[in-house]
Design a protein around this ligand. Structure first.
Ligand code: ARG
Length: 401
């Protein structure tokens, strides 16, 4: 039987050419697999037909948009995960769900190898291959751009020579990856890190300099998951989409950073994640009133570690799974409503309420009704400062000798 290779297919030039390129290099049949993670754009049927037109033996489309929102975006939200304090892990969380479907397709079609279109310089190759090693340890991996010398020029020449049904003239200077959680744009003119991004780079967000009238929104959460917007029930996918639209119209969620890739390169990246950033802001503010202080402080460090693991391609690792359990436990009381104003590139919370809140008006108030016994503070401070006071006494003693 001819060997079969499952290819992660996007519908773009590189993966379209990869179908025939892999076929010629290996003699295997290629099964193209496209996964819908809410990236929008062309219909998946169009993409499927293109794969067949480019010589795929089979082409298969997986609708993973709800799965992606529920099982990948929601844990990211509950972790308030921002890699290096900025990046809501847009591409990093899509790779594991794509891997799941690639491995499933490999089983269904009896393939021995999984292929992807990543280069040898980025994080995504690591995420794909570590994921495949974990979920399908018997499967081999191949990356035609990295392993079979499929450069851009060769791809264009190959497509033209074979008359493949794919546009080769459209010049896009950027490398773009997008899904419902956000959009990542890199390369080209952005590689000079002093260059400001031009307007044409953005797609999910309108320019914040000329915003429409402020948009006030109320987001309701149950156990850290958004369940209603302005009182209308929503699924996680609907919540993200609705906020992509409303926060995007106000220019919320534009991010311009130089980040540390796993492979040791610093790289410039432009992100736009209006829904994700609005949701993370709201969620964090709800945690501020519903999570106890020590648990909240510790959760911040856990969330940061979680983000690093996920960025570094360790989605299916034991440590990531253990941190998930911790984060999930912290979400038990994260229920209630957050009101926020979306305007001029910002999402600013201006109201919060929760049945499970720890905010105690009677303790906090400076007005009548104050139940806080201020006389207790003196002794507390005396003991709290004791250890540092003893140490500073020693400093003085030693310095005097
Ligand atoms: N640097 C980001 C990450 O590693 C985004 C990479 C997305 N890929 C792209 N072709 N723009 O998660």
């Amino acid at each position: 039987m001819t060997e079969r290779i499952v290819l992660a297919y996007s519908g773009g030039l590189d993966t379209s050419v990869a179908i025939g390129w892999i076929g010629e290099a290996t003699g295997a049949e290629v099964i193209a697999v496209a996964v819908d993670v809410g990236q929008g754009g062309e219909s998946l049927e169009t993409i499927r037909q293109r794969a067949l037109g480019c010589g795929a033996a089979e082409a298969y489309v997986a609708d993973a948009s709800d799965e992606f929102a529920n099982e990948y975006c929601m844990p990211t939200l509950q972790a308030n995960a921002l890699y290096q304090g900025h990046y809501p892990l847009v591409s990093a969380i899509s790779r594991p769900v794509i891997v799941k479907h690639l491995v499933k397709a490999a089983r269904e079609f009896g393939a021995t190898t999984v292929a992807h279109g990543c280069t040898g310089k980025g994080n995504d190759q690591v995420r794909f291959e570590v994921g495949i090693q974990t979920l399908g340890p018997d499967l081999k991996c191949i990356a035609p751009v990295r392993d079979l010398a499929l450069t851009r020029d060769k791809a264009i020449a190959f497509a033209e020579e074979k008359g493949l049904p794919i546009e080769t003239t459209k010049k896009n200077p950027y490398s773009i990856d997008q899904n419902v959680w956000g959009r990542a744009v890199e390369t080209g003119y952005l590689e000079d890190i002093w260059n400001a991004p031009t307007k044409d780079i953005y797609d999910y967000t309108a320019t914040p300099e000329f915003p429409p009238a402020p948009d006030e929104v109320t987001i309701s959460f149950e156990a850290g998951i958004p369940v209603a917007i302005d009182g209308v029930k929503v699924t996680p996918l609907q919540a993200i989409k609705e906020l992509n639209r409303r926060a995007g119209a106000q220019g919320v969620g534009r991010i311009d950073v130089v980040e540390d890739r796993l492979v040791g390169i610093k790289s410039r990246e432009i992100y736009e994640a209006p829904g994700a950033m609005a949701l993370i802001t709201a969620h964090k503010h709800l945690e501020d009133i519903t999570i106890e202080r020590e648990q909240a402080r510790f959760k911040a460090t856990v969330g940061q570690r979680w983000a690093e693991l996920v960025y570094d391609g360790q989605w299916f690792s034991p440590l990531k799974r253990s941190l998930d359990a911790f984060i999930l436990d912290t979400q038990r009381y994260v229920s209630g409503d957050i009101r926020m104003v979306l305007h001029g590139g910002q999402a600013i919370v201006n109201g919060r309420r929760s049945e499970t809140s720890l905010y105690d008006f009677d303790l906090a108030t400076y007005d009548t009704g104050d139940t806080f016994d201020q006389s207790m503070a003196r002794g507390f401070i005396e003991l709290w400062g004791m250890s540092a006071k003893v140490a500073s006494g020693r400093d003085i003693r030693v310095a005097g000798k």
